[in-house]
Ligand binder design. Structure first.
Ligand SMILES: [Zn+2]
Length: 113
């Protein structure tokens, strides 16, 4: 492997690690805000394009934050389904809406898994 190829691969690994760290930090901040400060920062970010960017472009964020959202939904006692849009177990089956990506499910159409 040439030094240039090695450097390019190392740079790619560093970018992946940086995205994972960023995803973990963001997920922690959102969860901490809700559990310790009673601030639902998710909902504030969902009001603009930031949340959509996080879910659609920073895939590791959905993987990191999805289980936390799913655990919160289960703790509230609601039935939870899997979202066809983001792939996380974050669909509130009572409201027919994904609590992570916001995808809405109409009755008898596009049912969550
Ligand atoms: Zn979703």
């Amino acid at each position: 492997m040439s030094p240039v190829t090695s450097l390019a691969k190392r740079s790619q690994v560093c970018q992946q690690e940086a995205r994972l760290i960023l995803a973990k930090i963001l997920s922690f901040i959102f969860s901490f805000g809700l559990s310790q400060l009673d601030e639902d920062l998710d909902e504030e970010f969902k009001d603009d394009d930031t949340w959509t960017m996080l879910i659609e472009q920073l895939y590791v964020f959905a993987r990191e934050h999805g289980p936390r959202v799913s655990a919160r939904l289960m703790a509230m006692g609601g039935p939870v389904g899997s979202c066809n849009n983001c792939g996380q177990d974050t669909v509130d089956l009572v409201w027919k809406r994904c609590s992570l990506c916001g995808h809405e499910y109409e009755r008898d159409q596009d049912e969550p898994n």
